[in-house]
Write a protein that binds this ligand. Structure first.
Ligand SMILES: Nc1ncnc2c1ncn2[C@@H]1O[C@H](COP(=O)(O)OP(=O)(O)O)[C@@H](O)[C@H]1O
Ligand SMILES: [Mg+2]
Length: 304
């Protein structure tokens, strides 16, 4: 079974390939399978609109967890929230925390060093992963993170190892180790890379596998998104190809695209030895009506 038997899924890939669409669709499918699910996006600018929220009709999403229904919530991770949650664990009083957050020097320190921005995001994520209900069970059984572009993703997944070398003990180190125990444990966490069935995106996705592996994150598989439908059998295609050689015809570009997508898919399967799942190009991209969820639900049930 794909996706459902992990605690956290990192949905990664380069911009525009469909990470947000896929993260939202997996979230919806998981919640429909009655798993308490939280889909998260990383907010780099607080005031910015939420691409994830927009898929659920909430473009102004700014909460860490906004319930959509009994099983699904969506939210945003924010470095500032992470910093204040962290200060709360190390400073004895609310007044001190507020003072620390107001302090220009602290603010400068927290925003100037890039890893501290990532640390805020990381800590915010950790607190959400660790949230429990009254009976002690996890508040969110599956947390799906719509990851940022490649560079930011690797900065985040590479953070614990780098920072632990600088700060090997104390409360920051403890938080980093807690995070590692979840995010670097293949039984609990997996990254899935979304890519397109084209030459360059496939190469970039394979590079991302190497990058994530170097940061000790397990790549569960790839999602080849927007696969063009192919209505032809091999025999039919051979007849069409022969016919197309006699001149120029309407539809030749589509035929070429189908061919290129298949070449990219088999190239990817040859060079990558974890599962490659495909999602079709859909015409309707509205989250609630498009068929991606049903495809994902089917994939979820598939043997893995
Ligand atoms: N399978 C698909 N079929 C058709 N359009 C898609 C599909 N997946 C994503 N899209 C569209 O592609 C665009 C980019 O998707 P998005 O999820 O925002 O990418 P990312 O988050 O990787 O930048 C959006 O307009 C989205 O609706
Ligand atoms: Mg996106």
């Amino acid at each position: 079974m794909y996706f459902l038997n992990r605690h956290t899924l990192l949905i990664s890939g380069k911009g525009g390939v469909g990470r947000t669409a896929v993260a939202a669709a997996i979230g919806l499918a998981s919640s429909r399978a009655k798993k308490r699910t939280l889909v998260l996006e990383i907010s780099y600018e607080e005031s910015s609109q939420s691409a994830l929220g927009a898929r659920f009709g909430r473009p102004n999403l700014n909460e860490e967890a906004l319930p959509i229904d009994d099983y699904l919530a969506i939210g945003r991770l924010n470095a500032k929230v992470g910093h204040s949650l962290f200060l709360r664990t190390i400073l004895p009083s609310k007044t001190l925390i507020a003072a620390a957050l107001r302090s220009k020097a602290v603010h400068k320190f927290l925003t100037a060093a890039p890893s501290l921005h990532e640390m805020g995001i990381f800590y915010h994520l950790l607190t959400l992963i660790q949230k429990t209900r009254a009976d002690g069970t996890r508040k969110y059984e599956l947390i799906i993170i719509d990851m940022p572009a490649t560079g930011h993703t690797l900065a985040l997944t590479g953070l614990p190892a780098i920072l632990l070398r600088l700060i090997p003990a104390g409360p920051i180190a403890r938080a980093l180790k807690d995070g590692q125990a979840i995010l670097n444990n293949p039984d609990l966490s997996e990254a899935w890379i979304v890519t397109l069935p084209e030459k360059l995106p496939v190469t970039e996705a394979l590079e991302l596998v190497d990058g994530l592996t170097e940061t000790d994150v397990t790549v569960g598989g790839m999602i080849l998104n927007r696969m063009p439908p192919d209505p032809f059998t091999e025999d039919e295609r051979a007849v069409l190809d022969a016919y197309c050689e006699t001149g120029h015809f309407f539809g030749q570009l589509t035929l070429a695209r189908i061919r290129a997508a298949k070449v990219a898919m088999s190239d990817l399967k040859n060079r990558f030895d974890a599962p490659v799942l495909t999602l079709p190009e859909v015409v309707d991209t509205d989250l609630m009506t498009n068929p991606l969820q049903s495809h994902i639900s089917e994939l979820m049930g598939a043997e893995s």
